[in-house]
Design a protein around this ligand. Sequence first.
Ligand code: KG4
Ligand code: ZN
Length: 343
Amino acid sequence: MSTIILGIESSCDDTSAAIIRNGVVLSNIIANQEVHKFYGGVVPELASRSHQQNIVPVVELAIKKAGISKKQISAVAFTQGPGLLGSLLVGSSFAKGFSLSLNVPLIAVNHLQAHILAHFIKENQQDNFQPKFPFLCLLVSGGHTQIVIVKDFLNMESIGTTIDDAAGEAFDKCGKIIGLEYPAGPTIDKLAKSADENKFQFTKPKVSGYNYSFSGLKTAFLYFIRDQLKISPDFIKNNKADLCASIQKTIVEILMQKLIKASDDTGIKEIAVAGGVAANSRLSEALTNQAKIKNWNVYIPNKIFTTDNAAMIAISAYYKYLNKQFSNQTITPKAKMFIDTGL
Ligand code: KG4
Ligand code: ZN
């Protein structure tokens, strides 16, 4: 028997739909919303309007590309939260209506858990490269930065979190200061490749336990740039790549420091990374280096499954489907949700 899940993701500025059959991804369509670039960040009202325009064609394409018919779908899954309420409403309303019309179960998925469960998306039947439980997952996205002990598919414990900005936010805000378009993370990664990461030094925050903080770094970066511009108006232009490399190195070192501490303290050597910032090449390099020193097994998802995508929603729903964790039509989206309880 095949279990075929349609997953829908609409928590922020990407409208995505994916089909997964028995854990293997058949299609994963993502419509990015270009409209926000002009504003330097996501505009919630514009995001929900774009979702409304995109959702029908994106779902249709996902079904078509998967080579299945609507009637074969076993369940419809959607992102319940956390995210922008207006955006979440579009996906959840569509999923409710679609599950009702197909007469199949509806499954609500926690976006944060889904980023982590992206590690279990199989690209083909033979794909078995997956972390073993329990593993530590560094979840780093535009909205979240957490260290999570993943005990089972739906049993997770967050042991550290950011007390202010997320790591992706630090990339985006520092990028904005030097004139880069939103989201700046991928551009910083690219520009940093051939630059000197030791040219500029920034102090790292002192935060207790496994917690993080990035707002001080952003402010320090802002003041540093402001002071340098007073001396030389061309400072950014002349140092752009080195600034990118230096700030990227600092962010990665901050992330790694607490991850190493968590691994040392818990003795867990299965180390995974998830969320948009997991696509960062300097972070991958740091993880690979530590793997050699600390004897870690490191897991980095395929880039397409690190940023927001519906395949991660569908895979999470697949494990909920096996446990018969269904939702009813009265379920509502939530702007805030937690990893430990899934609620
Ligand atoms: O997971 P995601 O797609 O959305 C959220 O749930 O937040 O993450 C988006 C974040 C943005 O802040 C973006 O700048 C960052 O991930 N990002 C990167 C890279 N690719 C995406 N940051 C650094 N290096 C990258 N290569
Ligand atoms: Zn996300």
